[in-house]
Write a protein that binds this ligand. Structure first.
Ligand SMILES: [Zn+2]
Ligand SMILES: [Zn+2]
Ligand SMILES: [Zn+2]
Length: 160
């Protein structure tokens, strides 16, 4: 049964399970500790394909009895971001789970300003207008932040 969570209809229950398994595999392969707090934070981020602030996550963690101190959340988020399991959305100062953990990619984000849904798409450093302009200028791009803000299909349809 496809779910409306995320921009593309997909089986969302698999989505969470698969991503948690992929994260576990990444951690095992790199001999990293996938602690209960790190796992739960990732699970919270995966729950709705939405951008969440550290304090939103903290509330849910505290409700689970996994910790109520901001450093606990920040350390877990830092771990997830550093290891490519989650991304920070700079303009919202929020976090989202990566949709292809363990793969080398340059993420770009489509962010709904109404419901905060986030879709991660891929971009490439060297392609497109930006890559061309950089080459012309003799500039070596090392990092690109692409965060597009707008309305997701559900919100555009509801006339918000
Ligand atoms: Zn999903
Ligand atoms: Zn990603
Ligand atoms: Zn929306």
């Amino acid at each position: 049964m496809p779910s409306a969570i995320g921009f593309d209809p997909h089986d969302h229950s698999h989505c969470i399970e698969d991503a948690l398994q992929a994260a576990q595999d990444c951690c095992t392969a790199q001999k990293l500790q996938f602690t209960p707090v790190r796992r739960r934070v990732l699970e919270i981020l995966l729950a709705e394909h939405r951008a969440l602030g550290a304090y939103d996550i903290l509330d849910l963690l505290a409700a689970d009895g996994l910790g109520s101190q901001p450093p606990v959340v920040y350390r877990a988020l830092d771990f997830l971001v550093r290891n490519g399991l989650a991304h920070r959305i700079e303009r919202m100062n929020a976090y989202t789970a990566c949709v292809h953990p363990g793969q080398e990619h340059v993420p770009a984000f489509l962010i709904c300003r109404a419901c905060k849904a986030v879709a991660e798409i891929e971009t490439e450093l060297e392609r497109g207008r930006l890559g061309e302009a950089a080459r012309t200028a003799g500039f070596a791009i090392e990092r690109v932040v692409v965060e597009a803000e707008g309305l997701c299909p559900a919100c555009a349809g509801s006339g918000k």
